[in-house]
Design a binder for this molecule. Structure first.
Ligand SMILES: *Cc1c(COP(=O)(O)O)cnc(C)c1O
Length: 250
């Protein structure tokens, strides 16, 4: 299904009907990609990305059986987390760029952070997770995915591949963090295929040192098939599920 046909579907009928339809279409698309890649669909999770969409949309998706949601901005996410506390088993994933001064707040609500890319951020998240555990705001260590820079553009975030082993060791040695794997966003306007292939190679190397880091968060609305071909375990999908966002975000 293209983004255009998904958006069109979302404009007709109620929002719940539209989200139900686009969710079914998206799950079929992920299933087809898994079969084409010779992978078991149970190995690839869908993380709906609900940034810029209201808590009521999250609630509809929860009603359709989704439990994990991705957000990219601390303030917006924190408000939704507060509004939806009554929903048992809901899990929030921070996927956007994260500043150190937001680490403490994020460590209170995030089940997993996908966008960890510096030593200073690891230190801040470990301290935040410790405080949240002590306060009873969380019950488990914070799962951390290291975001890899595939194009070495410092403006886009991500740790350079050379610095990955040391950062992975730091997370593994942090008492209140759990190293869960890697995440990446391919550069804009390039063929994602070789980018995901490089990411898969980096992930294979990480797994030799850190066998528990099995998660590979890769693939979005436009490129999830390529990501699934290269071992993604978690596709983060916004537009193809929710429709177009009012403005593009980081
Ligand atoms: C917004 C966002 C997504 C979802 O992108 P779509 O192209 O709308 O599917 C995925 N990952 C990150 C890090 C994002 O910020």
């Amino acid at each position: 299904m293209t983004s255009e046909s998904t958006s069109a579907a979302i404009e007709s009928g109620t929002r719940a009907e539209a989200l139900s339809r686009s969710l079914t279409g998206l799950l079929d698309r992920i299933d087809a990609a898994c079969h084409a890649a010779g992978r078991d669909p149970a190995q690839v999770r869908l993380l709906p990305v609900t940034k810029f969409f209201p808590a009521s949309d999250v609630e509809i998706l929860y009603g359709l059986g989704r439990r994990e949601f991705g957000e990219s901005r601390e303030q917006e996410a924190g408000a939704k987390v507060d509004q939806l506390r009554r929903l048992p088993g809901i899990e929030w994933h921070m996927i956007g760029r994260l500043q150190r001064n937001k680490a403490k707040a994020v460590a209170r609500w995030a089940h997993t952070v996908h966008s960890v890319d510096s030593s200073r951020l690891v230190t801040a998240l470990d301290a935040g997770a410790e405080a949240a555990l002590e306060a009873g705001a969380r019950v488990a260590p914070l799962r951390v995915l290291l975001q890899v820079s595939l194009d070495r553009d410092p403006g886009r975030g991500g740790v350079f591949p050379d610095d990955l082993p040391a950062l992975a060791d730091q997370v593994a040695n942090s008492e209140n963090l759990q190293l869960a794997g890697l995440m990446a966003i391919p550069p804009v306007g390039v063929d994602p295929e070789p980018e995901f292939a490089r990411l898969a190679a980096l992930h294979a190397r990480l797994l030799m040192q850190h066998p528990a880091g099995t998660e590979l968060s890769a693939g979005m609305s436009e490129d999830l098939e390529a990501a699934i071909r290269h071992g993604s375990t978690c596709v983060r999908v916004g537009t193809a599920l929710m429709g177009a966002r009012p403005i593009t975000s980081g």
